[in-house]
Design a protein around this ligand. Structure first.
Ligand code: NAD
Length: 462
């Protein structure tokens, strides 16, 4: 696909941005309201697409996609004026009289590339931040969730002008063509391999990137925890969207005695949440496609199934599955699972758990279910991750005031709330200096005793 394919659209978006119209509070507010209207007026169509692509039930679709987004938008609308307000900065005595401020400025035209697992939320949440920050945007939904991609491509032009928000549907060819163009920011959510392609393309134009990636989020559990509540929370977080969640607990780390005590609670929680036969549960999702279904079934080889394991290719169904008896060299521990398989990994103690956690790079989140404040402190001191969450998993995404993002192999930059607004803004330093009194002359050549005093004053301040 030639590079020029989307040049016309990009020029339109850039002209609009350059006109200055998108910088105003009113424009930003209007766009956020439009996005909210899109979600409110088309919830049935969006829910249907999510059901077709991922078997998502309407409640889960609202909880994790449309209502989630509307809450983000409401938060942005409520805080936008404060976020846009200039922040005063101090000036040193040596530069007085003068004043300085930081002003959040929009970046320009941004490219948002989304994955398939939360195909609406992960495309439109960065869009809300980009619009709040006063940018125009090209959206690239994932071709792997085709119904969601199609409905978004149909709806966006009804609510936004093509020089404000523009959707490009397609796969590698379209994304490659887009990446060859010059944007002012690229926000990519997906896997680490493609992230490298994105970063390489961005480097050609020195375009800054935000990368929201994945990894293996571990969950440490110890006997000080309320095991019944731990099991319920882990089961919900792991089997939401059939395990296809970037921050899902990937595996449980615990000692043998804790695992033995936890197992019946996990099995009971699965039954309580999805019934005796998960295939019949109206609340349980499906695997996105045959490729991922085959990958997940392949991962189950040589693992001891504790519960679940049933699957049906025709319906892209894999039951919530607990496995045990696997070591660090098992394929399940070699890659992000991204499906409804939860390994119970036995470790001798917390030290061994720390070793395992650190061997998998820096995940999006480290979870720990414990009442022990020493354990909390050790995890804080000796692990690195996008987030560290105690006695809950996944839920922290629902807090717009808590920045969401990875570190190291799980990504760079952050999203949600003010963090998202900042991602799509440049904090511009603005300095005002009067001509009189002309104190700057004191630090100009020919250098004498006064400049020495200024230097001494600067150093003394340290
Ligand atoms: P995906 O296959 O839909 O790919 C993501 C995007 O990259 C798509 O828009 C796709 O068109 C584009 N793409 C794919 N190959 C490309 C190529 N060669 N060149 C250019 N563009 C290309 O989704 P995925 O990557 O399978 O998503 C799953 C991964 O995303 C998991 O690792 C998961 O943990 C991670 N994820 C992270 C977050 C987060 O917020 N940190 C959220 C969801 C998913």
């Amino acid at each position: 696909m030639p590079r020029s394919t989307f040049e016309t659209e990009l020029s339109g978006l850039r002209r609009k941005f350059d006109s200055g119209a998108t910088r105003t509070y009113e424009w930003r507010r209007r766009q956020l309201k439009q996005l909210d209207r899109l979600l409110q007026e088309n919830s049935t169509a969006l829910n249907t697409a999510l059901k077709q692509d991922l078997g998502k039930c309407a409640v889960e679709a609202r909880l994790t996609e449309t209502a989630f987004l509307r809450a983000e938008i409401a938060h942005a609308l409520g805080h936008l004026k404060t976020w846009m307000r200039p922040k005063k900065r101090d000036m040193p005595l040596s530069l007085q009289p003068a004043r300085a401020k930081l002003q959040a400025e929009p970046l320009g035209v941004v490219l948002i590339i989304a994955p398939w697992n939360y195909p609406v939320q992960l495309l439109l949440s960065p869009l809300a931040s980009a619009l709040a920050a006063g940018n125009t945007a090209i959206l690239k939904p994932s071709e792997v969730a085709p119904r969601c991609s199609a409905i978004i491509a149909e709806l966006i032009p009804k609510y936004f002008k093509s020089d404000e928000v523009f959707v490009v549907e397609g796969g590698v060819a379209e994304t490659t063509a887009l990446l060859s163009l010059q944007f002012d920011h690229i926000f990519y959510t997906g896997n680490g391999h493609v992230a490298r392609v994105v970063m390489e393309a961005a480097a050609q134009h020195l375009t800054p990137v935000t990368l929201e990636l994945g990894g293996k989020c571990p969950a440490w559990v110890d006997q000080s925890a309320d095991l019944q509540s731990t099991a319920r929370r882990l089961v919900w977080a792991k089997f939401l969207n059939a395990g296809q969640t970037c921050v899902a607990p990937d595996h449980i780390l615990a000692t043998r005695s804790t695992l033995e005590a936890l197992k019946p609670h996990l099995i009971a929680a699965i039954k309580a949440q999805f019934g005796e036969d998960t295939l019949q549960s109206p609340d349980y999702g499906r695997i996105i496609n045959a490729r991922h279904f085959d990958r997940l079934i392949g991962l189950l080889a040589n693992a001891q199934v504790v519960s679940g394991g049933q699957h049906d290719m025709q319906q892209r169904f894999i039951a919530p599955t607990l496995v045990e008896g696997i070591g660090d060299s098992h394929p399940l521990m070699q890659e992000e699972i991204f499906g409804p398989i939860l390994p119970l990994i036995e470790v001798v103690d917390l030290d061994a758990a720390l070793k395992s956690i650190r061997s998998h790079g820096k995940p999006l989140a480290v979870y720990a279910f414990t009442r022990d404040s020493n354990v909390k402190d050790v995890l804080f001191q000796h692990t690195a991750s996008g987030a560290l969450v105690f006695n809950m998993a996944v839920g922290h995404l629902g807090a717009p005031d808590v920045p969401f993002g990875g570190v190291g192999s799980s990504g760079m930059g952050s999203s949600h709330g003010e963090a998202g607004f900042r991602t799509f803004s440049h904090m511009r330093s603005i300095v005002y200096k009067p001509f009189w009194p002309d104190t700057l002359r004191l630090i100009m050549p020919p250098y004498g005793r006064v400049v020495e005093r200024v230097i001494q004053h600067l150093v003394a301040k340290e």
